[in-house]
Design a protein around this ligand. Structure first.
Ligand SMILES: Cc1cc2nc3c(=O)[nH]c(=O)nc-3n(C[C@H](O)[C@H](O)[C@H](O)COP(=O)(O)OP(=O)(O)OC[C@H]3O[C@@H](n4cnc5c(N)ncnc54)[C@H](O)[C@@H]3O)c2cc1C
Length: 572
C-alpha cells in the first residue's frame, strides 16, 4: 500500500472556509489537536485569495442598518429558496467575524473617522460590504493563516491532489490522493473530515474562476453517497471582463459605477429602477443579456458582445484607493485605464449556490463529515446569492464546523483503517483512467463541455437546450473513456489531474442540468424561457441529487425552512 498517515481531523481545502475552521479548532483546543490541511495547490493559492469586493456584515445598527434587514435582503435575494433559520444565524454571526478579523490584524479600509469602511453591494438595502480595498479575500486569507501560525498543531499537505473521499459503512475513513511533486499515492485517515474544497466555476468556459476550481470535493462526496443540493442554481455575475472573464467586482458599482448600453443609456432604469446598477445579480445579468440579445451591446470577440461598466465619473482618487486591483487588471489585460474609458463586460459564470447538503451546523449525512464554504449547501443563498455573503459564509461556517468538530471529537471513534476493498477500488479506477486508449483529446473534451454549458445552460434556459446539453454531457463522458493520458511521468502529471478533474466536472454538469431540466419554473439564477414565472406551489423546495452507481443520478426534493417571511413577488 501507499504512504498512510493519520490525524485527528482532516480539512480538505485551505481556502477561507478551511482556514477559518482550522483557526477555530486550534483556538478551542488551545492547540492540543492534530489537524491535516490538504490543498491541491500551494496553501495560499486557494481561490479565496481572489475575492475582491467585500464581506457583508451589519456594523452600523446605530445608523439604520439591522440584522433583520440583512436577513430580509438575503431571503428576498435568494428568491425565497434560502432556509430562513440559516439566514438568521448567518446575519447574527457576521459582525463578530468582522471584529475577530480586525483583532487579528486585517487591514480593513477605514473612513475619515477611522471606522471600518463599508460599501454598497447588489441587493443589499444598506452599505454593508466590509472591504480591504478590492483585495478583501487576499487579506482575509493572510490574516487567518497568520492566526493559525500561532499554533503548532497542523500539518500542511500542499499540492496533494485528492482523488477519493472514502466512506465505509456510513463512516468517513480516509482521503486518498496523489502527491504532485513525487507522484506518490497518499492515504490520510482521521476521526473527522471537513470538506472545504470550494466551488465548480470552471464548469463554464466564460468564468471568473481559476482553472483549479473544478468541484472535486463536491463530486467526490457525491460519489461517496452524499447528496448534492440545489445544483441547478449557478450564479452569473453581471460584470466579467471581456474577453477573459476576470471579475470586475460589484464594488465597482458599489462605488457608483454605471452600466451602459451602446446608446449610452443606463439601461437598469428599465429593469430595476429602485436599485439601478445595484439590483441583485440574477436580475442585472438578465437585464444585460436582454440588452445584448436586443442588439444594444457592442460587438465583441468570439461572439462575446459586451456592455460598458463606466467608472470614468468616479475620478482617479476613488479608483486608485478603493479599486486599485480593478485598474491594474484592466490596464494589463485589455489596455484600458478605467479612469479614462469604460470597461467591456458581460455576465459571467461565478458561483455555485448548490453543493454538498448539510444541516445548519455544517454536518452532512455521514456523521463524521462536515462541509463548509462554497463546496457546501447549508442553504444560505437559495436560488441567488447576494454579493459579499459568500466570504462571510466561509467565515461563519468555517467557525461553526470548527467548533462542532472540536465538540464531537471526544465521542468519535478512533480513525478506522482504509479497507483492502476500498484501496483496490481506488487503484482500479486510477489504473483505468491512466490506461485509457483512443483518439480523443481530454483538453478538447473539457473545452467542449464548457462551451456546451456556456451556450445551453446560461443566464436564460429552455427545456430543449437543457435536454440537448444533457445528451451532450453524456456523450462527452463516453468519449472521455477514449482520451488517453499522454504524460506517463510521475512528477507533476497535470495531464492525469486534468483527466480526474474532467470526470468531476462531468458529474457536476450532469446533476446541474438534470436539476435545471426538472425544475419547470424560473427562480433566482434559474431563468427558464419556457417556464418564465416562479411556481411556489410546485417548486418551493430544494433539489437533492443522489449518485446511483452505473446509472443516472436520482433527483429528490426536500422542503425549504420558512420561519419568518412568506414568499412574495420580488420587486426592486
Ligand atoms: C474573482 C472572485 C471574486 C470574489 N469576490 C468575492 C467577494 O468580494 N465577496 C464574497 O463574499 N465572495 C466573493 N467571491 C466568492 C468567494 O471568493 C468564494 O465563494 C470563496 O472564497 C470560496 O472559498 P472556499 O474556502 O469555499 O474555497 P476555495 O477558496 O476555492 O478553496 C478550496 C480549497 O480546496 C482545495 N481543493 C479543491 N479540490 C481539491 C482536491 N481534489 N484535492 C486537494 N485539495 C483540493 C483547493 O486547493 C483549495 O485549497 C468571489 C469569487 C471570485 C471567483
Amino acid at each position: 500500500m501507499a504512504q498512510s498517515l493519520t490525524h485527528e481531523v482532516l480539512i480538505l481545502g485551505a481556502g477561507l472556509a478551511g482556514l477559518r475552521a482550522a483557526v477555530e479548532l486550534s483556538h478551542r483546543t488551545e492547540g492540543h489537536i492534530d489537524i491535516g490541511i490538504v490543498s491541491k495547490v500551494q496553501l495560499m493559492r486557494a481561490h479565496s485569495v481572489c475575492a475582491e469586493g467585500g464581506t457583508a456584515a451589519v456594523l452600523r445598527e446605530d445608523e439604520g442598518d439591522s440584522i433583520a434587514l440583512h436577513a430580509w435582503d438575503s431571503v428576498k435575494g435568494s428568491d425565497f429558496l434560502a432556509d430562513q433559520d440559516v439566514v438568521w444565524r448567518f446575519c447574527k454571526a457576521m459582525p463578530r467575524e468582522i471584529q475577530l478579523l480586525d483583532h487579528w490584524g486585517i487591514p480593513w479600509t477605514r473612513d475619515a473617522q477611522g471606522r471600518i469602511s463599508q460599501r454598497p453591494f447588489g441587493g443589499h438595502s444598506y452599505p454593508r460590504a466590509t472591504l480591504a480595498a478590492d483585495k478583501t479575500g487576499f487579506f482575509e486569507m493572510q490574516t487567518l493563516y497568520d492566526q493559525l501560525l500561532r499554533y503548532q498543531c497542523f500539518k500542511r499537505y500542499d499540492e496533494l491532489f485528492i482523488t477519493d473521499i472514502v466512506v465505509e459503512e456510513g463512516r468517513f475513513v480516509a482521503l486518498v490522493g496523489i502527491h504532485a511533486p513525487s507522484g506518490e499515492t497518499v492515504i490520510l485517515q482521521a476521526k473527522a473530515l471537513l470538506i472545504a474544497s470550494g466551488g465548480g466555476g470552471t464548469l463554464y468556459g466564460f468564468t471568473t474562476y481559476s482553472e483549479t476550481v473544478t468541484g472535486d470535493g463536491m463530486a467526490m462526496a457525491y460519489r461517496a453517497g452524499l447528496p448534492l443540493e440545489d445544483m441547478e442554481f449557478l450564479q452569473f455575475h453581471p460584470t466579467g471582463l471581456v474577453p477573459s472573464g476576470i471579475l470586475m467586482t460589484e464594488g465597482c458599482r458599489g462605488e457608483g459605477g454605471y452600466l451602459k448600453n451602446n446608446k449610452g443609456e443606463r439601461f437598469m432604469e428599465r429593469y430595476a429602477a429602485g436599485k439601478m446598477e445595484l439590483g441583485p445579480r440574477d436580475m442585472v445579468s438578465r437585464a444585460e443579456m436582454t440588452e445584448l440579445l436586443e442588439g444594444r451591446g457592442f460587438p465583441g470577440p468570439d461572439g462575446k458582445d459586451y456592455l460598458h461598466l463606466d467608472l470614468t465619473h468616479l475620478g482617479a482618487e476613488v479608483i486608485n484607493t478603493r479599486l486599485p486591483l480593478i485598474r491594474e487588471v484592466c490596464i494589463k489585460f485589455v489596455d484600458i485605464d478605467p479612469i479614462e474609458k469604460p470597461i467591456p463586460i458581460r455576465p459571467v459564470a461565478h458561483y455555485s449556490m448548490g453543493g454538498i447538503e448539510t444541516d445548519i451546523n455544517g454536518l452532512t449525512r455521514v456523521k463524521n463529515v462536515w462541509a463548509a464554504g462554497e463546496a457546501a449547501c447549508v442553504s444560505l443563498h437559495g436560488a441567488n446569492r447576494l454579493g459579499s455573503n459568500s466570504t462571510g459564509e466561509c467565515l461563519v461556517w468555517g467557525g461553526i464546523t470548527g467548533r462542532e468538530i472540536a465538540r464531537a471529537l471526544p465521542s468519535l471513534p478512533k480513525p478506522a483503517r482504509l479497507s483492502e476493498q476500498s484501496w483496490l477500488a481506488q487503484q482500479a479506477r486510477l489504473k483505468a483512467i491512466a490506461g485509457r486508449q483512443g483518439q480523443e483529446d481530454l483538453y478538447v473534451l473539457r473545452r467542449e463541455l464548457r462551451t456546451l454549458m456556456d451556450n445551453d445552460v446560461g443566464v436564460f434556459r429552455k427545456g430543449e437546450d437543457l435536454a440537448k446539453a444533457l445528451a451532450g454531457i453524456r456523450a462527452i463522458r463516453d468519449r472521455a473513456a477514449h482520451a488517453p493520458i499522454a504524460d506517463r511521468s510521475a512528477t507533476y502529471n497535470s495531464n492525469l489531474f486534468h483527466a480526474l478533474e474532467l470526470d468531476n466536472l462531468l458529474d457536476l454538469a450532469e446533476v446541474t442540468v438534470m436539476g435545471a431540466l426538472a425544475r419547470e419554473e424560473s427562480r433566482g439564477a434559474h431563468a427558464r424561457r419556457d417556464f418564465a414565472v416562479r411556481d411556489d406551489e410546485k417548486w418551493l423546495k430544494h433539489t437533492l441529487a443522489w449518485h446511483v452507481p452505473g446509472s443516472h443520478p436520482k433527483l429528490d426534493y426536500k422542503p425549504v425552512t420558512i420561519d419568518t417571511w412568506k414568499p412574495v413577488e420580488r420587486k426592486y
